[in-house]
Design a protein around this ligand. Structure first.
Ligand code: SAM
Length: 360
């Protein structure tokens, strides 16, 4: 094994210079080694299990104007929708019947989702499906709001930090959005005991290896239970319409690095990865990813959750294609898990946490 991968596996860390060398290397043998090693670490921790999450895209209405995103407020050409609580419960029912035990409620930062609206919805799902995990992904909110939803029964929260470097963040977002606020949201979620998901796009416009290193350093600070990364893919109605999409090779490399740094993390083979390359999902799984999120939203709204061009929302990325998805997962050498798929505790991180505050 090359020294650099050996060191990353042993220490779960590298110096900035070493990370830069690994990230910028175009040596296919190094990439192969990284992938094989990441797969071994995932098998040590999670065996061959692939956890499934039922993705419910509950609204494409958003108060934010992220420059790269197809559902940004400023995209006036997009027809907007919002699922009703009854629609969402129906999606959960369909997912449950299909054997899925985690519901991910994702949407734009939609002002309709007040705390009382969300808490009532979460409580209903919790009562009706007591054995399932409820994951939210509805953007930036206050500590109190996250607390209310946690108290109502939410277990997990996905909020990609998007870009940990201040300069890059400000080139991808309008000036009214703040990286510090986004980072603080993640700190609040951790504090409240959510299984917390951070993450970023790979190959976003202006992104350099140093920006990716800043992302890895921020992940080290947060120690998320879930880490979602996928390639940037341009959307025709954004200012980045003509930018290149993020490369498959670099996305896989970042997944591999993250698996070695965070052996217990839940890492999805994202829809963006599957959308950008026909074998993206399987390659992600073989490089350390252990989660897939089939879409269970009603067919009538799927095309409107239009984050980037050619986003997959059918076939193996959706509830109707589960059989075929299971086949692909099995053929890739993994097993579909019927469990909730909570994150394993990391004894090293727990020890540090205990040292900081033995009373929690
Ligand atoms: N509103 C919530 C939030 O901000 O976290 C959740 C929805 S947001 C649309 C979900 C994710 O889509 C973002 O975190 C972003 O990384 C990803 N995304 C948006 N536009 C994208 C693009 N053009 N290419 C790849 N991923 C994109």
């Amino acid at each position: 094994m090359s020294d650099i991968i050996e060191k990353l596996s042993q220490n779960r860390d590298l110096s900035d210079d070493e990370f830069r060398t690994l990230i910028t290397s175009d040596d296919p043998i190094l990439a192969k080694e990284l992938s094989a090693h990441a797969d071994a670490v995932r098998r040590e921790n999670y065996g061959t299990a692939v956890f499934l999450r039922a993705l419910i895209e509950m609204s494409n209405c958003c108060v934010n104007n992220c420059l790269y995103c197809g559902i940004r407020r400023g995209n006036i050409g997009l027809e907007r929708y919002r699922l009703s609580p009854e629609d969402i419960l129906m999606c959960c029912e369909v997912a449950y019947q299909l054997g899925l035990r985690t519901f991910v409620l994702q949407g734009g930062d939609d002002a309709t989702f007040t705390d009382s609206y969300m808490c009532a919805l979460i409580a209903k799902i919790r009562t009706r499906f007591p054995d399932c995990a409820i994951t939210l992904s509805i953007g930036e909110r206050s500590y109190e709001s996250y607390k209310r939803m946690r108290d109502a029964g939410a277990d997990r929260y996905l909020l990609r930090h998007e870009a940990a470097d201040e300069e890059l963040y400000s080139r991808l977002h309008p000036s009214e959005m703040s990286l510090e606020n986004r980072k603080n949201c993640l700190r609040s979620l951790k504090k409240l005991g959510y299984q917390t998901g951070a993450g970023f796009m790979v190959g976003a416009p202006f992104q350099t290896a140093d920006h990716l290193i800043a992302d890895l350093r921020f992940l080290q600070e947060i120690q998320p239970e879930m880490i979602g990364i996928g390639p940037f893919i341009p959307h025709r109605s954004t200012v980045f319409a003509n930018e290149n999409k993020g490369s498959l090779a670099l996305t896989l490399k970042m997944i591999g690095i993250i698996r070695l740094m965070f052996p217990k993390a839940l890492i999805p083979a994202t829809t963006a990865l599957a959308s950008s390359d026909p074998s993206g999902r399987e390659l992600g799984l073989k490089t350390g990813a252990n989660v897939v999120m089939p879409n269970v939203s009603p067919l009538s709204v799927r095309k409107q959750y239009d984050l980037y061009d050619n986003k997959l929302s059918s076939g193996e990325e959706a509830s109707e294609g589960l059989e075929s998805l299971y086949k692909k997962i099995t053929e890739a050498g993994y097993t579909v898990s019927q469990e909730r798929g909570d994150a394993l505790k990391d004894p090293e991180i727990e020890a540090v946490r205990f040292k900081r505050n033995p009373y929690v």
